[in-house]
Design a protein around this ligand. Structure first.
Ligand SMILES: *[C@@H]1O[C@H](CO)[C@@H](O)[C@H](O)[C@H]1NC(C)=O
Length: 358
């Protein structure tokens, strides 16, 4: 009987493990995201892990290349709603059966064409000529700078491909010395070239995933390696995207602080008010005043500014400047008496040089 129990347990285990293997890799686990993670979170996780797990950075780990491939596959599936839906329903095997895994490495979309010199340590030493960098403005909203976002850019890029024949390359000026005899030499300069395999420029469409990180500042640069202009004898230049903030209807940003203005009625200015303000990510900021609010008053909300780029847990301050809308109507003699009765405020009539504050 006991033997039978053990056999049964073994069988259950076996079935369980077979099921796990048949289901394929755990893409959520590989990316470290939850089942409910949105596409942005998937992209963020991929971008972060791809930097850590790139095989060129993990030369001592024999499994580095497999880990990196798993990461790419996880990204491919979870970033695509159709593939993800299928994966959730019946696992990796289903995707494979339907030929839906194309195993493209998404790395270049996030970082540019690193080729085989990842890390950049050896870049300085290499004397190879480089194509020009391309600078481009990337127009982003304040909402994107607050919450972070991935912006997809499709770029037509000239890529160098092998072609038939050879071409002259590595051309350089060399001094050639000719012995004219009896101690006389003639030196002439000559252009000397090598023969290289021929290349041609082909237009290719590239998808770039640009991460606008929370708290990035206007003018900040995002670099895509080797996505700039190509060079037939060397590496392509870089593509440099410069953050340009679009003006916002409600908020103005200065450093990590935000500024906004509100207009309230004279009545609310006198008796107090409650007002909900919708922030850049949709959350509500409640402004509650029970006291008299003067025109030009500044209300400070700590922690409701922009996130700090270096430390996203730190936020700047939101400054709200109040403006008071006075009534447009004319008051009757009776109403005027009532106001006097209520306010009990005698005339002030101070006359002064307000420009100099004297
Ligand atoms: C809006 O607020 C700013 C300060 O935050 C102030 O300089 C400006 O005068 C205000 N604008 C109006 C129309 O009250």
């Amino acid at each position: 009987m006991a033997a039978f129990r053990i056999f049964q347990l073994l069988l259950i285990n076996l079935i369980f493990y077979t099921a796990v293997i048949a289901a394929g890799r755990d893409f959520y686990g590989i990316l470290g995201v939850s089942k409910s993670a949105n596409t942005n979170a998937v992209k963020k996780a991929y971008r972060m892990l791809a930097k850590q797990l790139h095989p060129d950075k993990n030369k001592d780990d024999p499994e580095a290349s497999q880990k990196f491939q798993d990461l790419g596959a996880a990204y491919e599936v979870l970033s695509d709603p159709e593939k993800r839906e299928m994966y959730d329903r019946c696992g990796e095997e289903c995707l494979k059966k339907d030929g839906m895994m194309n195993n493209n490495d998404p790395f270049a979309s996030f970082f540019g064409d690193f080729g085989f010199h990842f890390g950049g340590e050896s870049q300085q030493e290499r004397e190879a000529p480089r194509g020009n960098n391309i600078m481009m403005d990337l127009s982003v909203t304040l909402e994107e700078l607050y919450s972070g976002n991935f912006v997809e850019i499709t770029r037509n890029k000239l890529v160098i491909k092998p072609a038939k024949g050879t071409r002259k390359c590595n051309c350089r000026q060399e001094l050639v010395t000719r012995n004219l005899g009896s101690g006389r030499f003639q030196m002439t300069q000559q252009t000397v070239c090598s023969e290289c395999p021929n290349v041609k420029l082909v237009n290719e469409e590239r998808l770039l995933e640009v991460e606008v990180e929370p708290g990035m500042v206007d003018g900040q640069e995002i670099k895509f390696f080797a996505e700039g202009e190509p060079h037939t004898d060397g590496d392509a230049g870089d593509l440099i995207l410069k953050i340009r903030t679009q003006p916002h209807r409600i908020f103005e940003r200065i450093g990590d602080d935000l500024y906004t203005n509100i207009t309230i009625s004279l009545q609310d200015a006198l008796i107090g008010f409650k007002l909900d303000l919708t922030h850049l990510d949709g959350h509500k900021v409640t402004i509650l005043r029970e006291k008299v609010t003067k025109p030009g008053a500044k209300i400070r909300k700590k922690g409701e500014g922009m996130p700090n780029y270096e430390n996203n847990n730190l936020y700047g301050t939101l400054y709200i400047t109040v403006d008071v809308a006075f009534p447009e109507k004319d008051f009757t003699a009776q109403e005027k008496e009532a106001i006097k009765e209520l306010l009990q405020q005698s005339s002030v009539n101070r006359i002064y040089n307000g420009i100099r504050g004297l």
